[in-house]
Design a protein around this ligand. Structure first.
Ligand SMILES: Nc1ccn([C@@H]2O[C@H](COP(=O)(O)OP(=O)(O)OP(=O)(O)O)[C@@H](O)[C@H]2O)c(=O)n1
Ligand SMILES: C[C@](O)(CO)[C@H](O)COP(=O)(O)O
Length: 240
């Protein structure tokens, strides 16, 4: 088994699309905040990992009791997700080696399974570039005409939804994110920055229920997914 990865969990978002009275990572799922579920899954897969948790400087909701890791640090979030991730990478610059594996996982994805986490980690242990959990597009894809009508049906062949975690070696990831920002590229995930360097991240097929809580209806879906996973003997979770 390869050594435990570094974990970066961006959790400094405001949840504007959710429109709740607090950031979505603090909304309750089966009596516990989303953030606690996500960290519990990561801890179950990687109990010895070192965690960097990106939080807003003025976060009034966070409770350190929700962090199950022995070795963790809090890092200030940035204006965008990519800025939060860069803050985390810079915070561990003195400790992380150039070739250390860093897994970045959205706090808003509490349904990631331990199986997927372990499989991604195993695949990336030997991959020269790095990669991400992803799932093939399963629906017919429509192009809108800008006026609420479908103007074309696009091919879905070869299209995947990018999930997280996304994992890369420390040096490559820091360079990729820095260069992408310097070039003014839109960086919505780590893989896009690595792609911009001309490298091809590995697509590791993951479960479709690793959903990102983004809109209000996603919270109920995540609750259903967690309940279904808890009832499955092959998908375990730390006790709630
Ligand atoms: N400045 C930011 C923005 C986002 N995130 C994190 O990045 C992940 C994915 O972002 P998204 O789903 O867009 O979350 P929010 O920014 O909270 O949502 P919204 O865009 O609707 O405001 C989340 O775990 C979020 O907390 C972050 O750490 N720092
Ligand atoms: C990283 C990500 O989860 C991949 O699907 C996603 O891009 C982050 O969400 P955002 O809404 O694009 O910030």
């Amino acid at each position: 088994m390869s050594e435990a990865p570094w974990l970066v969990v961006p959790a400094a978002g405001r949840g504007r699309r959710m429109g709740a009275d607090r950031p979505k990572q603090y909304l309750s799922l089966h009596g516990r905040p989303v953030l606690a579920h996500t960290l519990a899954r990561l801890h179950q897969a990687f109990p010895a990992a070192r965690l960097c948790l990106c939080l807003e400087a003025d976060d009034r909701h966070f409770d350190p009791a929700w962090v199950p890791f022995a070795d963790w640090r809090r890092v200030p979030g940035g204006a965008e997700r990519v800025d939060s991730v860069i803050n985390a990478l810079d915070a561990i610059a003195g400790d992380a080696g150039e070739h250390d594996l860093v897994l970045v996982h959205d706090v808003a994805r509490p349904c990631v399974t331990v199986d997927d986490l372990a499989r991604l980690h195993a695949v990336l242990a030997d991959d020269p570039v790095g990669g991400l959990l992803a799932t093939p597009v399963a629906d017919t894809m429509k192009r809108d005409d800008g006026a609420g009508r479908a103007s074309a049906t696009e091919s879905r062949v070869g299209l995947w939804h990018a999930l997280t975690p996304q994992g890369f070696r420390y040096g490559l990831l820091r360079r990729a994110l820095g260069e992408a920002l310097a070039r003014g590229l839109a960086v919505t995930d780590e893989a896009s920055a690595v792609e911009a360097l001309g490298q091809a991240p590995r697509l590791v097929a993951g479960r479709r229920d690793n959903l990102k809580i983004t809109h209000p209806e996603d919270l109920a879906l995540a609750a259903l997914v967690l309940a279904a996973q808890a009832a499955s003997p092959s998908i375990t979770e730390e006790s709630t």
